[in-house]
Design a protein around this ligand. Structure first.
Ligand code: 5GP
Ligand code: ZN
Length: 116
């Protein structure tokens, strides 16, 4: 699954370890690391190792989407009280800036409405 790599993708480079990140979880399918610009006390990105542009492309990989949700739960339990907000910005008009699918996990609330 690691072979699905896109040249010049920043998150493919983070997955490969070519750009440093503060990882809080990794397994054979996904990694999770702290966002550079946190919008909540806990702000972690859960990213599949294989390159997919956005969550629409994950419809082809339902078990991987399921795994991302499971890791989000684990991160929220390990880093906060277990409650979390899960956000997939999908497309530029929705605020997506990195086109390698990622779930924002926001936790450590109470969280303000409208974050991200
Ligand atoms: P998007 O707007 O695409 O949903 O979110 C992209 C997120 O990636 C942003 O919250 C941004 O702060 C984060 N980000 C961008 N580049 C890097 C990076 O090199 N390292 C880390 N840890 N986060 C990044
Ligand atoms: Zn990528």
């Amino acid at each position: 699954s690691t072979s699905l790599r896109e040249p010049d993708c920043i998150f493919c480079r983070i997955v490969a370890g070519e750009i440093p990140s503060e990882r809080v979880h990794e397994d054979s399918e996904v990694i999770a690391f702290r966002d550079l610009s946190p919008q909540a006390p806990v702000h972690v990105l859960v990213v599949p190792r294989e390159h997919r542009r956005d969550v629409r492309e994950l419809r082809a990989r339902p078990e991987l989407l399921s795994r991302i949700v499971e890791v989000a739960e684990e991160v929220a339990s390990a880093q906060a009280d277990g409650d979390f907000r899960l956000i997939f910005n999908t497309g530029a008009n929705a605020g997506q800036t990195v086109f390698h699918v990622h779930a924002h996990v926001l936790a450590g609330g109470p969280l303000a409405e409208g974050a991200l």
